[in-house]
Design a protein around this ligand. Structure first.
Ligand code: URA
Length: 417
């Protein structure tokens, strides 16, 4: 792409204007052939964060990103393949457990996942802590695995949505994640390329999401569904809370450990409610009746856990190594005063979890209290583990404790189809 044309596109977005579909096509193609460099792309992303994007721009960017790579196609005649995606959360173990549960309950789930972004965790980083687990499946391996065992979770590659892979990494480094259009395009492009026919979007809202205002989350949910529709896909969006971690563990390997315990029946109640909702929406898109009951059965009879083991082995992982994973010694972080937990700085916990697990796969945090809980001074609110755990000692400040009682936030705000 010509440098001056790109500069004019950046200027137009900087000044609050709208780019045409052909501009987005040229920008993405230019970024891929390196005639648009990181500095220009980062400036454009920042302009989108600050000035916003229209729905048509989000759709055009999605389309351009899908076209940057190949698209998987599953035969539609005999079955509907489904996929889910989260807009980014902390202690968000939903994909790790909903995928095997839905597969155990009869759905075919083809999931393309991302890495950590900002303070939020990435399913791919988590899965890579399982000894031997291969996230870099070829398209043939991905399709064959979904056909054979009904589920696979893989990373996007140089073949699948390479534009999102590069822009995603750039947005992570340049604090340019929270633009509705960039998020929608990044998510839907991966879903279209994964070849699935029906999607479930878990749109997070609250202080630790990329879309903190529930009304904006509603708008993102609507965009995700509408963009999917334009690609002839069916979608459901669940707007769920991210004012506190969804599960208990924050990190990479320690979230895998939590997912393992969840599938063995030891899941956190709050996380369980959302997991059942998401997995059941996947089954419904796959045309399977009695979805809720089937998901609960897969959780309770252990077939979801067996499916997780099957998926690990199919992707080259060591099932015994997975079963042996454990968090090391913990550092206790205690409440500085007595009262009720009014808020939790989940962004800070998310960044800390990312740092603690960066050089130690079982490093991270385990949250011991939730919003609304009463605590006594000196009671543990958090545990830190991993070799850098001493760096987490000041995280007691991430818990805002007041004398008055407070109601916990809802888990699910709305569900749209
Ligand atoms: N998840 C994605 O895949 N992309 C985003 O931009 C945010 C969350």
């Amino acid at each position: 792409m010509d440098e001056h044309v790109m500069r004019r596109c950046i200027e137009r977005k900087r000044d609050g204007g709208e780019l045409r579909a052909q501009d987005w096509e040229a920008i993405v193609a230019g970024y891929m052939d390196r005639t648009v460099d990181d500095a220009q792309m980062a400036a454009l992303c920042m302009a989108c964060v600050l000035k916003g994007m229209s729905f048509n721009e989000a759709f055009a960017l999605t389309h351009a990103m899908v076209e940057s790579g190949v698209k998987i196609s599953f035969p539609t005649a005999d079955r509907v393949v489904v996929d889910k995606h989260s807009s980014g959360g902390v202690s968000d173990i939903v994909s790790l457990v909903a995928v095997p549960l839905a597969a155990a309950a009869g759905a075919h789930v083809a999931k393309l996942s991302g890495r950590a972004l900002g303070h939020t965790g990435g399913t791919i980083d988590k899965l890579e802590t399982i000894p031997g687990f291969n996230v870099a499946l070829s398209i043939e391996q991905f399709v064959a695995q979904v056909e054979r065992i009904r589920c696979a979770i893989a990373a996007q590659t140089e073949a699948l949505v390479p534009a999102d892979k590069r822009i995603y990494h750039l947005r992570d480094r340049t604090a340019t994640v929270p633009a509705l259009g960039l998020i929608a395009a990044s998510i839907v492009s991966k879903k279209i390329a994964s070849g699935a026919h029906g999607f479930v979007f878990d749109v997070k809202t609250g202080a630790a999401s990329f879309v903190s205002d529930p009304q904006r989350a509603h708008e993102l949910a609507t965009w995700l569904i509408e963009i999917s529709k334009r690609f002839n896909r069916r979608a459901t969006a669940i707007v769920s809370d991210m004012n506190q971690p969804l599960g208990r563990n924050i990190g990479t390997g320690i979230e895998i450990i939590e997912a393992r315990e969840f599938l063995r029946g030891e899941g956190d109640r709050r996380a369980r409610e959302l997991v059942v909702k998401v997995a059941s929406a996947l089954l419904t898109h796959a045309g399977i009746d009695d979805a809720d009951a089937r998901v609960v059965r897969a959780l309770e009879d252990g077939s979801g856990y067996l499916k997780m083991l099957e998926m690990i082995v199919a992707q080259g992982g060591d099932a015994a190594g997975f079963e042996a994973m454990h968090a090391g010694e913990e550092l206790e972080i205690v409440a500085r005063k007595s009262g009720y937990v009014h808020a939790i700085d989940v962004v800070r916990l998310g960044h800390a979890g990312r740092r603690l697990s960066a050089h130690d796969p079982t490093g991270g945090l385990r949250v011991n209290v939730r919003i609304g809980d009463g605590v006594e001074k000196g009671q543990p609110v958090l545990y830190a583990c991993g070799r850098d755990r001493a760096n987490a000692a000041d995280l007691a400040d991430a818990f805002f404790i007041e004398e008055s009682t407070v109601a916990p936030p809802p888990l699910v705000y709305e569900e749209l189809t």
